[in-house]
Design a protein around this ligand. Structure first.
Ligand code: NAD
Length: 260
């Protein structure tokens, strides 16, 4: 049985991109509390060092490697450093990402490049680098942060929907391609989450007339999700508790996706 009294990911090492803040910070703390050694890759050094300190204060182990995960050379440098300073890892939580809220007809090619780079290219670069290393290390679990916008369409979020659809499909393809090599890959698909990302998204949709307080947005999921509620879904998928779950999308949205 997977659950041990030492924690659900005891003895494992988890690489978390975007692990410095928001859902990523909540995940770093939760994975560490459940026994994993945590390795944060993030562009925000200050937030990452704070998170590392929080993990250590809680009695856990955390490392930080700075990288813009949309840049190939920085991704490779971070993973080179992980290999030499931390060794192997069993869990990859590919989480870093961002959003642009805009009508499609006002969206620039720079916007397109930025969102494709930060949300899609990064997942490609990180998974391409990590998967062979995880296979060589005996296999493991990959979790990719997708979104409710991966499969449903939202006004003012066409680019975001495109990119999140792409990473959900990446997670399914990895699940099939690497299954025989001991890798599982699943996606978490949050609705609105109380982070810098989620609160900015709500504010920008509000400003465009899609009100949260008394409108459809609030009705869809009832309240804003806490970052820990997404972290615990990612933890479950990453852990051996989900040992026969592969290629799935786990919605963390209080029934919003099901309601349609
Ligand atoms: P956040 O903005 O609080 O945190 C994002 C983290 O990713 C930060 O630590 C940031 O420094 C890091 N990051 C951003 N770009 C990076 C880059 N190029 N290289 C390295 N690190 C980078 O946001 P969050 O809500 O905690 O998480 C964002 C992820 O969650 C994204 O993948 C987003 O699509 C997804 N998501 C969020 C919500 C929500 O409502 N918050 C909903 C659905 C999906």
């Amino acid at each position: 049985m997977a659950v041990t009294d030492k924690g659900r990911v005891a003895g494992k090492t988890a690489v978390i991109t975007g692990g410095a803040a928001g859902i990523g910070r909540a995940s770093s703390l939760m994975f560490a509390r459940e026994g994993a050694r945590v390795v944060i890759i993030d562009i925000n050094e200050q937030a990452a060092l704070e998170t590392v300190e929080m993990v250590r204060e809680a009695g856990g182990t955390a490392h930080f490697f700075k990288a813009d995960v949309s840049k190939s050379a920085q991704v490779d440098a971070a993973f080179d450093a992980i290999r030499s300073e931390v060794c192997g890892y069993d869990i990859l939580f590919n989480h870093a990402g961002t959003i642009i809220v805009k009508p499609l007809h006002e969206t620039t090619e720079d916007d397109y490049d930025r969102l494709m780079d930060v949300n899609v290219r990064s997942a490609f670069l990180v998974c391409r680098r990590a998967l062979p290393e995880m296979v060589a290390n005996g296999g493991g679990s990959v979790v990719i942060t997708a979104s409710i916008a991966s499969e449903l369409g939202y006004a003012l979020e066409s680019l975001y929907c495109m990119t999140k659809g792409a990473v959900l499909q990446l997670s399914r393809a990895i699940a099939v391609e690497y299954r025989e090599q001991g890798i599982r890959c699943n996606a978490v698909c949050p609705g609105f989450v109380k982070t810098a990302h989620g609160l900015r998204e709500i504010a920008e949709l509000d400003a465009a007339g899609q009100t949260w307080e008394d409108g459809d947005l609030a009705a869809t999921q009832g309240r804003i999700c806490e970052p820990e509620e997404v972290a615990s879904a990612a933890l479950y998928l990453a852990s051996d508790d989900a040992s026969f779950i592969n290629g799935m999308a786990l919605y963390v949205d209080n029934g919003w996706y099901t309601r349609g």
